[in-house]
Structures are given as structure tokens and as C-alpha cells.
Design a protein around this ligand. Structure first.
Ligand code: ARG
Length: 386
């Protein structure tokens, strides 16, 4: 990006007589950086898609720095392609981008999100989907679908402990609370110019799968379930130096996310002891490896349940083989494969997969996604309100 000649020309024009004050210098630096990033992105778009007319497009950008639908879509796909923590990137070019940059009214944002869930769900044949909203819009929930975590008076917790702060926040902005089960779907909070608006999902928009085991009915009796769509809504899409703060995106699940983390982690649903008991394992002896056996069987149950329900899900052997293919394709295209090893290896049997012995460059480059801070969800804000 620093190689962009236009940025240098701009910088050279700064009058040296009157040194600009700090703020002006800052503004100037930011504008030059944004210009350089925009030009770098447009060059990449024209080069990768084999288009002609780059010079005219660069000139036009100076008059109206608005991405075309095609450019935005390309930027989003490339951001996914370069996401160092995602092992499921092989289908990056299939991402469907719903360009809703003209949508900023809270009710319209919500109805577009409902449409996103339905289009992404696609009757179980889940399609990678993103919806991009206009300026001023933020989604408070870190994923569109989240289960409540209710802190009880005795300090214990019902539901997903990871969402305790979000649940408390939603109560503060007016949510009356749900029925109080372990799997209450939280309402969604959208802010527009900082003002919060709460919405309840229509029941048919949220698809869930009950977890049963192919040969152990007692596992099914634990009443575990998970939602079908992971829709990340707390990341900013950064394309051409422009930031889209409300750009939720969804793929489909990898079974280990649900079975080896969400339902298994001690800080989440902590279900391994219950699963081990359901399987009749000896939980009194560490060396029976009941924990490991329960973990594998919960993964078996999750794959079995999604498959039986006709809901798309990856398994860790399949997705890592696909990742190896993705890495091969990227290398062939002359691109650096970005990857954070500790995120790419699955939490179950990592050494059986091709990612185990591989190394990648963890540095992400634009266009990219960035995590947003959730200042209003920090621990102090949470305890202050309870
Ligand atoms: N790990 C997160 C969860 O369990 C979802 C992250 C995105 N995953 C995906 N398959 N697109 O909810």
C-alpha cells in the first residue's frame, strides 16, 4: 500500500511553510491512508478479476468513493479468504453478499436480518451469506443467535455462561427475560446512532437441532440442542479503507465447535460428565479416559443429529482435508496462506488431521474482518447493573 504513487503525491503537496496542527495532520494522514488503501483494493480487484479500466475507476473514486456491488462482494470474499482463524475457507468465492448499505432504519435492519437467516438456512442446505448495512448501524449481540446465560441469586448460572454479560445488557435495555431454560434464544439488540432497539426473532427464523446419539438413547435424554446457523455479528468488514461495522456473516457449523467447545467447555455448558454418565462410563477414575470418550461420543452425536435433521455441518476430518486443498489452491495462485495454527487445528484428534504438521503466516491483510470491542458488555458494566 505504501507503494501507491498517488498517496506519495498527496503527501508531497502538504505545505511545509505552516506546519499543520496535530489534529489536522492526523486527518490528513488518515485521508492519505484511506486513499492508499482504496487504490490498493481497486488494483487488486481489477487484477484478480481480469477487468480493464482501472485508471478510469481510480479517477472516478476520487469524485465518489463508493464501492460498487461487485467490489463490495469481492472485498467480503477476499476478507473471508484471508481470515487466519477460519479452517472452512475453501468455499470463499461462493459467499453471497446481500448489499443493504442503504438500510439504516432499525425495523428494516431487523427484517433484513430475518431474511438473512432464512436465505442462509435454505431448508438446511446452508449457504454462506453476509448482509452489509449502512452507516450508524451496530449489532450488539456477537452472534445473531445466542442462548441466554442467567445469573441466579446464588451466583450459579442457567444457560450459556459466555452470554451472561450480553443477557444482563439486554435486560438493562428492556428485555423482560425468557422462560428460563438452558436454551432460551436471546432477543437481538440493534443500535442506530447509539440508540438501542430490541427485537424478538420469529420462531421459524431460528432453526435448532436436538442432539441425540445413534446408539445411546440416554445421551438424547440430556435435552441438549444447538442452533443451526453461526452468524458472526461483532466484526467490522474493512474494504478499501472503508469500515462496515454492521456486516453479519454466516457459514455452517463444524461439529467440534458445538460438541468440543460450546457444550463441552467447563466455562460453557460443561456437559462431559453428564454425557459420560449417560454412556455408562466410569467417571471415578481419570484413567478410564471417560472425558475423552465422552468428548468423542458427543461429537458423534452432533454429526448424527445434524445429518438426521438434514442440516449441513462439517466434520473435522473433512474440513481439514478441504483446508489442505484451499492452501494448495492459494499457493498455486501465488498468494500467502494466512493462518493461526492454534485456531485451525480441531480440538478433537488434531494430530490425525493434515493441519497438524502445517505452518502458516498469521498476519492478516486488508480487505479483512476485525473484531469489535464491546465496551458496554465488559464485566464492570455487567456487575454494575445487576
Ligand atoms: N465457534 C463459534 C460458535 O460455536 C462460531 C464461529 C463461526 N463458525 C463457523 N462455522 N462459521 O458459535
Amino acid at each position: 500500500m505504501t507503494a501507491c504513487p498517488y498517496a506519495h503525491a498527496q503527501a508531497a503537496q502538504t505545505p511545509a511553510v505552516q506546519p499543520p496542527d496535530g489534529a489536522a495532520q492526523d486527518r490528513h494522514g488518515k485521508a492519505a491512508k484511506a486513499q492508499a488503501e482504496a487504490h490498493a483494493f481497486l488494483r487488486q480487484f481489477y487484477a484478480e478479476t481480469g477487468r480493464t479500466g482501472l485508471e478510469a475507476r481510480l479517477r472516478q473514486w476520487t469524485l465518489d468513493p463508493t464501492l460498487t456491488h461487485e467490489e463490495l462482494t469481492f472485498g467480503a470474499r477476499v476478507a473471508w479468504r484471508g481470515s487466519a482463524r477460519c479452517v472452512g475457507r475453501l468455499p470463499w468465492a461462493s459467499l453471497r453478499v446481500r448489499d443493504r448499505r442503504h438500510v439504516t432504519a432499525p425495523d428494516e435492519v431487523f427484517s433484513e436480518l430475518v431474511a438473512h437467516l432464512r436465505e442462509a438456512w435454505n431448508g438446511g442446505r446452508i449457504r454462506p451469506t453476509m448482509t452489509v448495512f449502512g452507516p450508524g448501524v451496530r449489532i450488539v449481540n456477537d452472534q445473531l443467535i445466542r442462548y441466554a446465560g442467567y445469573t441466579q441469586p446464588d451466583g450459579s448460572l442457567v444457560g450459556d455462561p459466555q452470554n451472561a454479560a450480553l443477557t444482563a445488557y439486554l435486560r438493562r435495555v428492556g428485555w423482560a427475560g425468557g422462560p428460563g431454560t438452558r436454551f432460551d434464544v436471546l432477543p437481538l439488540c440493534v443500535t442506530v446512532n447509539g440508540h438501542p432497539h430490541l427485537f424478538e426473532w420469529p420462531a421459524d427464523a431460528v432453526q435448532e437441532v436436538n442432539i441425540t446419539h445413534p446408539d445411546c438413547p440416554a445421551v438424547g435424554e440430556l435435552g441438549l440442542r444447538w442452533h443451526a446457523l453461526p452468524v458472526i455479528s461483532n466484526m467490522t468488514l474493512d474494504v478499501a479503507g472503508q469500515k462496515f461495522h454492521a456486516a453479519p456473516f454466516s457459514g455452517w457449523y463444524l461439529e467440534t465447535e458445538i460438541a468440543a467447545r460450546n457444550l463441552a467447555d467447563q466455562g460453557r455448558y460443561d456437559q462431559l460428565p453428564a454425557v459420560a454418565r449417560a454412556l455408562g462410563l466410569d467417571t471415578t477414575r481419570r484413567r478410564s479416559l471417560w472425558m475423552d470418550r465422552a468428548l468423542v461420543e458427543l461429537n458423534v452425536a452432533t454429526l448424527h443429529s445434524f445429518d438426521a435433521a438434514g442440516v449441513r455441518i462439517s466434520d473435522h476430518h473433512g474440513v481439514t482435508a478441504q483446508f489442505a486443498e484451499f492452501a494448495r489452491q492459494e499457493a498455486q495462485a501465488g498468494r500467502v496462506v494466512r493462518g493461526e495454527w492454534s485456531w485451525l487445528i480441531p480440538p478433537v484428534s488434531p494430530a490425525t488431521t493434515p493441519v497438524w504438521a502445517a505452518t502458516f503466516d498469521p498476519q492478516e491483510v486488508p480487505p479483512r474482518f476485525r473484531r469489535q470491542r464491546r465496551a458496554w458488555l465488559d464485566d464492570r458494566a455487567d456487575s454494575g447493573a445487576s
